[in-house]
Design a protein around this ligand. Structure first.
Ligand code: FAQ
Length: 330
């Protein structure tokens, strides 16, 4: 199985003959489907890749609160406001589980946060697009959470125990998020002609950025081969993108909306849709920091960090005072 993977994924993945005895034993545990736990021996590259992926994932959940947080005060009804508020709070919770999972690998949450705030670490490209209308709350839930679930359900089986376990709860909550987004789209698509136009416009703007969430095409993906050999990733970027398109196109049809892709066509031979690739130059530009909202998003996170300093200082002072009092009492 592993030899096959080396063959199909090409360069960058060590063959068993090139591995040390420890690396080979580690790979055998992965191939046998065992979970790796924080205190187990692991190759430095495995640890580094997980810190990068889990850290970026955590940052995405935190930054991902901003485009939807933008609409909490303008939700059309009290019920919609309560639902959106709960969803945005869930995303904060996902960030926290993921930072905790990353901490088991020997990196602190403060270090990860500093790397986000300085722009050193990435977060998902999708959150650098603006949310212009209420219909965007529908499109984000339906498409963005839909893409997130497609990527994250297989990650429940990822090889690193704390990451896999965090994914179980996250996926349950993401399913609720996806349903609430689709529910907004149903209301809009079956509403007045103006509401239906808003729903179509939201689909038009979020379709390709959602396809980009899965990462570059397999031939341009730097990490996939090694990450799949280590079962940090369970599928390639293109596999998941294809599954997302196949699942989402019938949902758009049910809404009476048109996916903004004239080349979209069912392909009997492959048992899936043929579809147009996103504009990859736009994707690489966005992840370099030049998307429509990159500057705004990082400024918002930096402001939140600075504004929260007094709370962190207060908590630390309180903890130190209690510790000193405990020592004095002993
Ligand atoms: N955005 O070699 P690959 C959510 C980077 S959660 C930005 O293919 P890899 C919930 C990649 O880091 C959404 N950068 O990379 C929610 C690498 O650069 P590096 C987040 C991206 O890691 C919903 C370079 O390109 N989900 O939405 C992106 O093997 C609503 C080469 O790429 C996760 O993080 C991108 N889209 O595969 C919250 C899931 N794609 O690091 C609020 C876990 C690629 O070398 C509201 N992550 N890059 O400088 C993964 O599965 C993987 O990390 C991929 C990328 C699939 C994202």
């Amino acid at each position: 199985m592993y030899a096959q993977m080396v063959k199909s994924t090409g360069e960058g993945v060590k063959s068993p003959e090139d591995m040390t005895a420890e690396e080979r034993a580690f790979q055998e545990r992965i191939d046998a489907g065992e979970k790796i736990e924080p205190k187990d021996w692991m190759p430095a590259g495995y640890r580094k890749t997980l810190i990068r992926q889990i850290g970026q994932h955590a940052h995405s959940e935190i930054v991902g609160q901003l485009p939807e947080g933008n609409w909490i005060t303008r939700a059309p009804t009290l019920e919609r406001k309560a639902i959106l508020l709960a969803k945005v709070q869930d995303e904060a919770g996902h960030g926290l589980y993921l930072y905790c999972a990353a901490e088991t690998l020997g990196v602190s949450r403060d270090e990860l946060t500093e790397d986000l705030l300085s722009g050193k670490m990435k977060y998902s490209s999708i959150f650098n697009y603006p949310t212009l209308t209420w219909a965007d709350m529908g499109a984000v839930g339906w498409l963005v959470d839909g893409a997130a679930i497609m990527n994250q359900v297989p990650l429940q089986r990822t090889s690193f125990g704390p990451y896999a376990r965090a994914m179980v709860r996250i996926c349950k909550e993401e399913s609720f998020h996806q349903r609430q987004g689709y529910d907004i789209m149903m209301k809009m698509a079956n509403g007045t002609p103006a509401q239906k136009r808003m729903a179509q416009d939201a689909l038009n703007r979020f379709w390709y950025p959602s396809l980009m969430m899965f990462g570059p095409s397999d031939q341009d993906s730097v990490h996939s081969a090694q990450s799949m050999a280590w079962k940090i990733k369970m599928n390639t970027n293109d596999e998941l993108r294809q599954k997302f398109v196949d699942q989402t196109v019938p949902q758009a049809e049910y809404l009476g909306l048109t996916v903004p892709d004239e080349t979209l066509a069912w392909n009997d031979d492959k048992g899936g849709y043929d579809f147009a690739e996103p504009d990859w130059s736009e994707f690489f530009d966005v992840i370099k920091g030049n998307g429509p909202c990159n500057v705004e998003r990082l400024a918002a996170r930096n402001k939140a960090w600075d504004d929260g300093k007094w709370v962190r200082d207060g908590l630390l002072a309180h903890a130190e005072k209690r510790a000193a009092a405990k020592v004095a009492a002993e």
